[in-house]
Design a protein around this ligand. Structure first.
Ligand SMILES: NC(=O)c1ccc[n+]([C@@H]2O[C@H](COP(=O)([O-])OP(=O)(O)OC[C@H]3O[C@@H](n4cnc5c(N)ncnc54)[C@H](OP(=O)(O)O)[C@@H]3O)[C@@H](O)[C@H]2O)c1
Length: 263
């Protein structure tokens, strides 16, 4: 019988991460699911356990030591990670001079540092093994700057750049790296990101199920970058053909709260 593979997914308690976990479980993978809130993660585990063997690790990944502890946890349990999904992330919304510095530094820690740290640890094992797959959840935010979400958009650009470089670097080691770039998606992200839902950009939302399905398939098909949705694909190409000043102005329009009195 074929040996089951194991995927480690961060941010698997809700939204895109939860449906990615479900997608992998339905495709004969065992799961290691990670997120911050223990109760939410336990609920996800209970639901996913109907489809696969599930280990859970509930810790705040903005804390550096918790990444090392996660790695120790999988070593202690003798779990061999075949696929790593770096999905946990959050955003903030509002003028830069009004948003919380503490929250933004935590965001950089989770959206950037945690990904680099965990990828470094897992990649070293994959290189020794001679194979592996990594799915990094970026965003269409990666393709242009985002006024009112300046730090978040920059973190997603980092992920796209980092991921694409690793795609090329790790290919000789038989490790596939894919960046998944969804457009706005109906998840808790919008509630957690200080009402960014009141902007034009968050009016047409993808379903997290669709994003997860396309993400899983993109990794299976060895795609380097996958943008979800045909309109989003077009919008992700436009900044390449326009000066940065123009793409930032367009992005500003979509990221400004809709003034219902004057619209
Ligand atoms: N929704 C969108 O419009 C959209 C579009 C493009 C890309 N994305 C990206 O998609 C990814 C998933 O977000 P989502 O939309 O599915 O939102 P979500 O439903 O809020 O999911 C975020 C996940 O990350 C976990 N998480 C948050 N902070 C954490 C921390 N400090 N330590 C460990 N885990 C933490 C959450 O767990 P807890 O509940 O325990 O905090 C949750 O499982 C993010 O990287 C986001 O940037 C989202």
């Amino acid at each position: 019988m074929k040996k089951k593979k194991t995927v480690l997914i961060t941010g698997a308690s809700s939204g895109i991460g939860f449906f990615l976990a479900k997608e992998f479980a339905m495709n004969y993978y065992d799961l290691v699911i990670v997120s911050k809130d223990k109760e939410n993660l336990k609920n996800a585990k209970d639901s996913l356990s109907k489809l696969a063997n599930v280990e859970m690790f509930a810790r705040d990944l903005t804390i550096k030591e918790n990444i090392d502890n996660l790695y120790k946890f999988i070593k202690l349990k003798k779990i061999d990670i075949d696929v790593l999904v770096n999905n946990a992330g959050f955003g903030t919304y509002g003028p830069f001079n009004e948003t919380s510095l503490e929250k933004e530094l935590d965001m950089i820690q989770l959206n950037i540092s945690a990904i680099v740290h965990l990828t470094k640890l897992i990649t070293n094992d994959m290189i020794i093994k001679g194979n592996g797959k990594i799915l990094n959840v970026s965003s269409t935010a990666a393709f242009q700057p985002g006024p009112n979400m300046a730090v978040y958009f920059a973190t997603k650009s980092f992920i796209l750049s980092f991921s694409s470089a690793l795609t090329v670097e790790l290919k000789p080691h038989n490790i596939q790296v894919t960046a998944l770039c969804p457009g706005p998606t109906k998840t808790n992200f919008i509630l957690k990101s200080e009402h960014c839902g009141e902007t034009r950009i968050f009016k047409n939302l993808l379903s997290p199920q669709r994003v997860a399905k396309e993400g899983f398939e993109a990794l299976e098909n060895n795609e380097m970058v996958h943008v979800v949705g045909s309109k989003n694909k077009l919008l992700s190409i436009l900044p390449k053909f326009s000066p940065i000043k123009m793409s930032t102005k367009i992005s500003n329009y979509y990221l400004t709260k809709i003034d219902h009195k004057n619209s």
